[in-house]
Design a protein around this ligand. Structure first.
Ligand SMILES: N[C@@H](CCC(=O)N[C@@H](CS)C(=O)NCC(=O)O)C(=O)O
Length: 326
């Protein structure tokens, strides 16, 4: 994970990688009411941050604006306060997120913000952690934002139990990072492989890679409640945000060999377990997830007519019994 935002030789900034730190090692001190999260419910990466905020009880300390869940052609994420569930930009009054990125880059002496790549992860992405005091983005990296929310705002958590909750405990960090490395390659990014394959060979390979990854996760989670150790960690959240979308979204993106709720009993129990933890369910919003995926620009090649499928009957509230595993 990068540790600092850098000004490129071409005078632009290609990503924000700063850190809120309690120890005073960065200009970003934790304070209640100082930081703001921009996100939306469609995106699994954004969901890492929205889960971090609610599971740590930081709703009062860190404000939140929910962007329009549909990613349109053109300049990207926009604010659509006229749509139910979507907010205006309550901090900067912008109409598109790109303006927040550009203004932040300019604050740092840059010409502006520049796309660092094309494709799913390129450019003006969510989530974004924004600092009102310095008037700029701190980070647009979901993995770093989740870690900051986990450890740097503990004095502002709603309850002592939320302050104590540690999703990245020092003793488990290397194991967590190892688990995340394979999950990212074999599941989190692999769910996009089948839909975007341009040859039969690529498709065949993408399907094998994804379902091998899911088989491995199933085996692991049939023996233990959580991905690492006996407690919930960030590795569970990162796996959960993909798995909870699987039967609703990715099956329609040619990941149809198996379903989580039908073919993977341990993964399905795991999804319900995490979904039912704290108030995580409040930030898993299927209406926005479905419309967001199926109406956004990246789905055009897969879903040219913009048809939004119905949510299958999945009972996320059903008992999972996994508390007996620890
Ligand atoms: N750097 C990002 C990547 C997040 C990401 O890929 N977000 C996607 C939505 S799922 C996005 O905002 N895409 C906008 C675009 O590609 O224009 C992270 O926080 O992990």
């Amino acid at each position: 994970m990068a540790t600092k935002t850098v000004l490129e030789e071409d005078g632009t900034i290609k990503g924000f990688f700063d850190w809120v730190k309690q120890d005073g090692s960065t200009p970003f001190q934790p304070e209640a009411g100082r930081y703001h999260l921009y996100g939306q419910h469609l995106c699994p990466f954004s969901n890492r941050a929205t889960i971090g905020r609610v599971i740590k009880g930081l709703e009062s300390a860190i404000s939140y604006d929910n962007l329009d869940y549909v990613l349109p052609e053109g300049p990207g994420w926009k604010f659509s306060p006229e749509k139910p569930g979507c907010d205006a930009d309550s901090i900067n009054g912008c109409s598109i997120l790109r303006e927040v990125y550009d203004a932040s880059a300019k604050k740092l002496g840059a010409k502006g913000f520049c796309y660092h790549s094309v494709g799913f992860s390129g450019g003006v992405t969510v989530p974004v952690l924004y600092d009102r005091k310095l008037g700029r983005i701190v980070s647009n990296d979901s993995a770093s934002i989740l870690r900051m929310l986990n450890s740097e705002f503990n004095e502002f958590c709603a309850t002592p139990a939320q302050a104590k909750l540690d999703l990245f405990p020092p003793a488990l960090q290397s194991e967590i990072e190892e688990a995340e490395a394979w999950q990212t390659k074999s599941i989190i990014f692999a769910v996009y492989g089948p839909a975007y394959a341009k040859t039969q060979e690529d498709f065949d390979a993408a399907i094998v890679k994804l379902f091998d990854g899911l088989d491995k996760a199933e085996e692991l989670l049939s023996k233990q409640r959580y991905v690492v150790g006996k407690q919930m960690t960030e590795a569970d959240i990162r796996l959960f945000v993909t798995l909870v979308r699987f039967d609703a979204v990715y099956v329609h993106m040619k990941c149809y060999l198996k379903r989580v709720n039908r073919d993977y009993p341990a993964l399905w129990g795991f999804v319900r377990d995490i979904y039912q933890t704290g108030n995580i369910k409040d930030v898993v919003v299927f209406d926005e997830i479905l419309k967001g995926y199926f109406l956004s620009k990246y789905m055009k090649p897969v879903n040219p007519y913009g048809i939004v499928p119905k949510l299958p009957p999945l009972d996320f509230h059903a008992p999972h019994g996994r508390e007996l595993m620890v």
